[in-house]
Design a protein around this ligand. Structure first.
Ligand SMILES: NC(=O)C1=CN([C@@H]2O[C@H](COP(=O)(O)OP(=O)(O)OC[C@H]3O[C@@H](n4cnc5c(N)ncnc54)[C@H](O)[C@@H]3O)[C@@H](O)[C@H]2O)C=CC1
Ligand SMILES: NCC(=O)COP(=O)(O)O
Length: 342
């Protein structure tokens, strides 16, 4: 059977923080599955999921599987396929158990290995507390950085958030605001922007991406009166990107970068720090935002929100961002397969 005729491989969805809403939104995403939609398997504990489904009144049959190949369209139509984790899970929605860090990391690691082996199509992660990585002795502040190590990627991973109305990429990611000016370099801006342009072509199918690079300071520095990063770092990076043939402009004053007319001028906005990027996206499209990691040898997406421990176990969790993450992962994996083959 050639690749084009192969049945779709399932997506590998991780458990995330067991005290959070990951299980609930995964159960709800399965309940809202569409005919022909991407099948997914969940790396978790089947008995725990059955308990949570019952407590929330969700009619979701759980099918424990031994290998991803079992999670085909026929099984997925009838039950949520769950690949059991070796590590135990003690936490319950709303109640953190620090010992669950081992299961959280096992799920991420196995999802990556299965995808690298071609058994699953892409990695989709449920949200974690960054403390879990620390508990396991890992220095990475989030999935974005941890996945680069797991992938053995040469290049640094890049965070992109995508929603129906906006795509944003923070150059600095999980760092204190006070550290941003020190960490911002022309080389970093060039690396991140080139990675974004490449991903927009290969994974999103945008042949000639248009990129806006934002300033750091109010009014993009106002000719140096309100800060010099635009003159010394950001504008030189833009010149290098133009010289490399990119359709790029800026530094754009950040406060004027996200209104509708401004958004129509670019395919992605390169932002200087985490909240400059995520704040407009979550304000516009919180329920449909997807977090994507670029520069990896496999596709990884995640909902845009966090663990939401404050509402875990109450039945209030909205699965739409996870559903968008599952759909985008399947589309990106297929687009990447087609562009790589052409
Ligand atoms: N990909 C990941 O692993 C991510 C992890 N986080 C982590 O999550 C933890 C909590 O972060 P917060 O800043 O509090 O953000 P959060 O997104 O968990 O919660 C913010 C507010 O939005 C609500 N909310 C979030 N998702 C929702 C959903 N699907 N349906 C209904 N309401 C929802 C929560 O109840 C809360 O009131 C932190 O430890 C953070 O590091 C945050 C973002 C992404
Ligand atoms: N705010 C985004 C976030 O914290 C998610 O980070 P990551 O775990 O996807 O690296």
């Amino acid at each position: 059977m050639n690749a084009a005729a192969s049945p779709p491989r399932p997506l590998a969805l991780t458990c995330g923080e067991p005290a959070g809403i990951g299980a609930e939104i995964a159960l709800k995403a399965w309940a809202e599955r569409e005919a022909g939609g991407p099948p997914f398997l969940l790396l978790d504990q089947p008995a725990r999921l059955a308990r949570i489904a019952e407590s929330l009144g969700l009619a979701v049959p759980i099918a424990a599987i031994a290998a991803p190949a079992e999670a085909d369209a026929a099984l997925f139509a009838e039950a949520l396929p769950v690949l059991p984790l070796a590590a135990p899970i003690d936490g319950r929605p709303g109640q953190i158990a620090e010992g669950d860090a081992a299961a959280i990391i096992e799920a991420i690691t196995r999802a990556v290995r299965l995808t690298q082996a071609g058994e699953t199509a892409a990695v989709v992660t449920n949200p974690i507390r960054k403390q879990s990585l620390k508990t396991m002795g890992l220095a990475h502040p989030g999935h974005t950085e941890f996945l680069a190590e797991l992938a053995g990627a040469d290049a640094r991973s890049v965070m992109l958030l995508a929603s129906p109305r906006l795509r944003v990429v923070p150059v600095t990611v999980h760092v204190a605001l006070a550290a941003v000016p020190r960490l911002l370099t022309a080389a970093e801006i060039v690396t991140v922007t080139l990675a974004t342009a490449r991903a927009l072509r290969l994974d999103f199918g945008i042949a000639a991406p248009r990129l806006a690079v934002l300033g750091l300071n109010p009014h993009a520095g106002e000719s140096g009166l309100l800060g010099r990063e635009e003159i010394e770092i950001i504008a030189p990076a833009i010149e290098r990107l133009k010289a490399a043939g990119l359709d790029v402009f800026g530094p754009v004053p950040p406060d004027a970068a996200f209104h509708a007319a401004a958004r129509s001028r670019y395919d992605a906005a390169i932002c200087m720090y985490h909240d400059q990027a995520l704040l407009p996206l979550k304000t516009l499209d919180f329920d449909e935002g997807v977090n994507v990691t670029l520069n990896l040898p496999f596709v990884r997406t995640s909902p845009d929100h966090g663990t939401a421990i404050d509402i875990a176990g109450t039945g209030k969790a909205n699965p739409q961002s996870l559903i968008a993450a599952l759909r985008l992962a399947a589309t990106m994996a297929e687009t990447r397969r087609r562009t790589a083959a052409s």
